[in-house]
Design a protein around this ligand. Structure first.
Ligand code: RVP
Length: 497
């Protein structure tokens, strides 16, 4: 007879937190959001920790090098999406590791042979008006000149005018030499009334731009997540097919941690992948696994060597796995059970294996609930997809700006490895959708508000750390009628437009 779970499968919306005593030292400034990222022994500190308990989803529409840089600068970590060729993924990792505050790798580049029409098209795509002109049109080609919007007049100049006729040529440019400090670069910008300064190497190859407008952005960032050589930390997704080639390339690029990315991680494929990585590279190479939704799945991955385990099937905002395959579990219920399994494993072995709640977080209070229910850190896709730094297009739909957001199981991502169960190639079906999410601006601005809310809720609960929240948090189920009571009700809202 099949095994029945008598408990109803529940999600975050069905719970609330009950306040604890807020003592006088319980202020948001005193709250720490540090979180362990990888397993550790009792009494030791984890080899990798997060400064805020957030990681970004292993998705094409979420985690590229730009988002990874923005998130690490604010204390979290991105897992660069694995559904791309090994060399491009490794290059994204490399870009994060090479990041230096204030030094931007040029994302808008053309050759002198391109035309004004190409400049216009590029500007529409990137939203940036400074274009590096290099011999081969790449971000690190030999610098031939620079084009800014001061160099042409769309109303007067013909669209087929070649770039070489209106760019500021190299001979007239102020440039900085690789190795220059940010302060020195800014001095050149201010002394010469420039908007940007290209930085070149000894072969005149473009390395970075320093922009005047970024000056204020690049003050010290107290939460920055960096490694022992002060480089930003970054993760990457891998799969259970090409790991023998992908893992060494990612390690070579400097990746700090990897994660096997699959919608259903309770598989011998993941077991084998974990064992291979640990046997080949030893325990210093860190790799998480998942996703699972119960004790059995957690145990299996931990015993195979996982450094952390991700929890969640079917709860992602773009995920239709539950509809198409009928597998999954309410995110809260799954998390509560796996957190119990982690604690039980810790009591038995003295090894603490962090768990991540992955998918289904909608409101900021869901984050506090997930942490209180036992998540060490949270993986989010939709939340990060809304920001400037995510890799997708921003579009105006009606009167609102939106960003594109698509699932790894959608036809658009074609990430079949994530859903692979072996078997025939032509038995593929979609487990995700292609969608829009409301555009929300810069990551940092939104994150500051979210973290402020989380800290404030933790103060209401009378706790100063995630650990205390997990030990002392009080959680209640809510009825559907009390959910209505929780919003504005029985009043006529004034027009908020
Ligand atoms: P959300 O934050 O609710 O948008 O969920 C993101 C999570 O959804 C990812 O981390 C991943 O686990 C899952 N996902 C990604 N693609 C798909 C899909 O196409 N079904 N699901």
């Amino acid at each position: 007879m099949a095994q029945y779970y008598n408990e109803v499968s529940r999600t975050f919306n069905e719970y609330l937190l009950i306040p604890g005593l807020t003592t006088k030292e319980c202020t948001p400034n005193n709250v720490s959001l540090n979180a362990p990222l990888v397993k550790y022994r009792k009494g030791e500190t984890p080899a990798l920790q997060l400064n805020i308990p957030f990681v970004s989803a292993i998705m094409q529409s979420v985690s590229d090098h730009n988002l990874a840089i923005a998130l690490a600068r604010n204390g979290g970590l991105s897992f660069i999406f694995g559904s791309q060729p090994i060399d491009t993924q490794a290059e994204m990792v490399r870009r994060v590791k090479k990041f230096k505050a204030g030094f931007v790798i040029s994302d808008s580049n053309l050759t002198p042979e391109h035309t004004l029409a190409d400049i216009n098209a590029l500007k529409r795509r990137t939203g940036h008006s400074t274009v590096g002109i290099t011999n081969d049109g790449t971000p690190n080609g030999v610098l031939m000149g620079v084009v800014t919007s001061r160099d042409y007049r769309v109303s007067r100049d013909s669209l087929d005018k070649p770039v070489k006729e209106f760019m500021t040529p190299f001979s007239d440019l102020f440039v900085g030499k690789l190795g220059i400090s940010l302060n020195e670069a800014n001095d050149i910008i201010w002394d010469n009334k420039l908007n940007s300064l290209p930085i070149i190497d000894e072969n005149q190859k473009l390395q970075y731009f320093v922009f005047r407008k970024d000056y204020d952005d690049h003050k010290d960032n107290p939460n920055e997540l960096s490694d022992s050589s002060k480089k930003l930390m970054v993760g990457a997704g891998i799969n259970t097919r090409d790991y023998k080639e992908r893992v060494p390339a990612l390690l070579e690029a400097g990746v700090d941690v990897m994660c096997i990315d699959s919608s259903d991680g309770f598989s011998e494929w993941q077991g084998e992948t974990l064992q291979y990585i640990k046997k080949t590279y030893g325990d210093d190479v860190k790799v998480g696994a998942g996703n699972v939704v119960d004790k059995e799945g957690f145990r299996y991955l931990v015993e195979a060597g996982a450094d952390f385990v991700k929890v969640g099937i079917g709860g992602g905002s773009i995920c239709i796995t539950r509809e198409t395959k009928g597998i999954g579990r309410g995110q809260a219920t799954a998390l509560i059970e796996v957190a119990e399994a982690r604690d039980e494993y810790f009591r038995e072995t003295g090894i603490y294996v962090p768990i991540s709640s992955d998918g289904g977080i909608v409101h900021d209070y869901h984050m506090v609930l997930a942490l209180a229910m036992g998540a060490d850190f949270l993986m989010m896709g939709r939340y990060f997809a809304r920001f400037d730094e995510s890799p997708t297009r921003k579009l105006k739909i009606g009167s609102n700006y939106m960003k594109e957001y698509w699932g790894e199981g959608s036809n658009r991502a074609r990430n079949w490895q994530r859903y692979d169960m072996g078997g025939s190639e032509n038995l593929k079906f979609e487990e995700g959708v292609d969608s829009y999410v409301p555009y929300a601006g810069k990551l940092k601005d939104n994150l500051d508000i979210t973290l402020g809310k989380i800290k404030s809720t933790m103060c209401s609960c009378g706790v100063l750390s995630v650990k205390e929240l997990q030990e002392n948090g009080k959680i209640t189920l809510v009825s559907s009628t009390s959910i209505v009571e929780g919003g504005a009700h029985d009043v006529v809202l004034k027009d908020q437009s």
